[in-house]
Design a protein around this ligand. Structure first.
Ligand code: BGC
Length: 268
């Protein structure tokens, strides 16, 4: 796979068997990376992503692990190193929503979202950084020692009624990402966040599945279309490659303008 942007590099994408994770994994695989397709349930969907990536001529394996479980995360990294020798790129993508009015939110709903969305990113990033430091820079592959991309959200900035657990997890990811970027910049480890707005995936189906819902969603998006996983995939390839070598500690919003607060176009 010589000559492609991510040739000979190995990437783990968590939650890569659906939605944004699937789109990102396919884009990185198309760019030549060896891919680890992490999933927790639905192995058939993970294997379908593996097959698609192999059709581009890249290597891919599916690895089951719950990102909120330390032993499973450690085992996923061990399997990756065994298979491909090292890890160059981590995309901390796995995430979920358990929405509820704040006064009705159960501790279980709160805890699950924090465990998967935030603690899961900590556990995976820690293993990635341990492996980056062990391996050191390999100039033939990348000028950086390693790259971590955290999947955040516009909701690291925009508060979200009925989704306090989710918005809190994304706010936490912002500081996790920036603290890691600060701590490991001198080791040439780059850490950035992608902050998607509304992307057409199963997580937000109710926001786009009917014309009424879609039209209401569009009142929040000046660019007047919903995003697709490929939009995020292209940005992930850029952030994983040396094309973005001077970018670290950044939250990059990719939202059709959701964060320019469309409501103020006529109000305020
Ligand atoms: C959420 C989606 C939502 C989008 C914009 C994402 O982080 O997961 O459900 O549509 O933010 O509000």
């Amino acid at each position: 796979m010589a000559g492609k942007k991510l040739s000979n590099q190995t990437a783990i994408v968590t939650g890569a068997n659906s939605g944004i994770g699937e789109g990102v994994a396919i884009s990185l695989g198309e760019a030549g990376a060896n891919m680890v397709i992490n999933y927790v349930a639905n192995p058939d969907a993970a294997n379908a992503v593996v097959e698609k990536i192999k059709s581009f001529g890249s290597n891919a394996i599916a690895v089951q692990a719950d990102v909120s479980k330390e032993d499973q995360v450690i085992s996923m990294f061990q399997q990756t190193v065994q298979q491909f020798g090292t890890v160059d790129i981590l995309v901390n993508n796995a995430g979920l929503q358990r929405d509820a009015k704040f006064h009705e939110m159960t501790l279980a709903q709160w805890q699950l979202v924090i465990d998967i969305n935030l603690t899961g990113q900590f556990l995976c990033a820690r293993e990635a950084i341990r492996e980056f430091l062990r391996r050191g820079i390999v100039p033939e592959r990348s000028v950086a020692c390693g790259k971590i991309i955290c999947m955040s959200s516009v909701h690291e900035l925009i508060p979200w009624s009925g989704h306090a657990n989710y918005a809190t997890s994304k706010g936490g990811i912002k500081m996790l990402m920036q603290s890691m970027a600060q701590e490991y910049g001198r080791e040439k480890i780059r850490v950035n966040s992608i902050c998607p707005g509304a992307i057409k995936t199963p997580i937000n189906k109710t926001a786009w599945e009917t014309p009424e819902a879609y039209n209401s969603l569009m009142t929040l998006i000046p660019y007047d279309r919903i995003g697709v996983p490929e939009d995020i995939g292209k940005l992930a390839v850029f952030l994983a490659s040396d094309d973005s070598d001077y970018i670290t500690g950044a939250s990059i919003f990719i939202d059709g303008g959701m964060t320019v607060f469309e409501g103020f176009a006529t109000g305020g």
